[in-house]
Write a protein that binds this ligand. Structure first.
Ligand code: ZN
Length: 58
């Protein structure tokens, strides 16, 4: 939830930010390949490539 990265449901800790707060309520998926060139990555404050949720409904 903290970093918006989408992780497999069988993980109980986020491999990106080591946070344990997860939400199953989210909308829109983006795949970031190049953080430097992606405007979406900048807007979502993403610093690592991966799959992310655009919007979380906490
Ligand atoms: Zn995270």
């Amino acid at each position: 939830m903290k970093c918006k990265m989408l992780v497999p449901l069988n993980l109980d800790i986020c491999p990106n930010c080591n946070n344990r707060d997860f939400s199953e309520e989210w909308e829109g998926m983006v795949v970031i390949f190049d953080v430097e060139k992606s405007l979406i990555a900048k807007r979502l404050n993403i610093s690592k490539p991966g799959r992310y949720a655009v919007k979380l409904r906490a």
